[in-house]
Ligand binder design. Structure first.
Ligand SMILES: [Zn+2]
Length: 285
């Protein structure tokens, strides 16, 4: 078993490169992604068919679509569904890595962050001598919309919470919160899978979206029951919301903050990441 860092104080990269491939949720296309060790700060993303020098540091400013997943615009290309990979990197304590992609989307795998955690665990982490810099809100930051909000309060470490409310009795109201550590992320959040409602899934399919979605990579809710039980946790949907929140916040780095999302969405999560990035940015010289 991999020994994860005890907390997020240090800087880590991966000990060796690792490659993962699979189908993209929205495009249905086969996509390939390679993670490489790096000593440069943050996460840098580029394409497998382009020179390494063209890789760019990830930032909330690259978010171009948040309809069903978080998609980034990098130069003239787009990369969709980055959130579960980024959650796995940030959640396990990886602060520096190079990401190289082939295809329009990050593979969905089983719809959770667990396969990414397993890929990271297969090569292990390498501690770096530097000290991770993390965003620290100086005052409460809140963004709201669509009947929900996400708020970040200054705190010594990262506490994440989420609440969801659905009319479907199988989901209903769920609340979950935790003081995040790499071990708790791996045990309590990473395995939680994407979920959707049967009615939405049928509509999206008919509209030509979620071509790679299937009953083995998303939990599908049909009113009072799940089409593909068993769940990994009784409250798997709200845990997946925390996974998505973490993945979107990873665009700016794990904040020293207490973050709570009520009926959160990728739009709200990434708006919060952008607000934290604006605060975190070095003052102009
Ligand atoms: Zn998700």
């Amino acid at each position: 078993m991999t020994a994860w860092p005890v907390d997020y104080a240090g800087d880590h990269t991966i000990a060796a490169e690792v490659e993962v491939h699979g189908v993209g949720l929205h495009s249905g296309a086969h996509c390939r992604l390679r993670l490489l060790p790096s000593t440069r700060p943050g996460y840098r993303l580029g394409w497998l068919d382009q020179p390494v020098a063209q890789a760019q540091p990830l930032s909330p400013a690259q978010v171009c679509d948040t309809t069903l997943c978080t998609a980034l615009q990098l130069g003239d290309r787009r990369l969709a569904t980055v959130e579960h990979l980024l959650a796995a990197l940030a959640g396990t304590g990886v602060t520096r890595v190079e990401i190289r992609v082939e295809g329009p989307e990050v593979p969905l795998l089983d719809g959770s962050a667990l396969p990414w955690v397993e890929a990271i665990a297969s090569v292990g982490l390498q501690a770096l001598p530097s000290q991770a810099t993390r965003p620290e809100p100086r005052q409460p930051v809140t963004v709201h919309g669509g009947g929900g909000f996400v708020t970040a309060l200054p705190a010594a470490d990262l506490q994440l919470g989420a609440a969801i409310e659905f009319a479907e009795p199988a989901i209903g109201r769920q609340v979950f919160s935790l003081l995040l550590t790499p071990a708790r992320f791996v045990a309590e959040i990473a395995p939680a899978r994407t979920f959707g409602l049967r009615s939405q899934v049928l509509q999206l399919r008919a509209a030509g979206l979620i071509q790679g979605g299937a009953l083995d990579n998303a939990l599908v809710c049909d009113g009072a029951q799940w089409l593909n039980p068993p769940l990994r946790y009784g409250d798997e949907p709200v845990r997946h919301k925390i996974l998505d929140l973490l993945g979107d916040l990873a665009l700016v780095g794990l904040p020293r903050a207490q973050v709570f999302a009520f009926r959160g969405s990728h739009r709200l999560h990434t708006a919060l990441a952008a607000a934290l990035a604006a605060e975190h940015a070095p003052l102009p010289a």
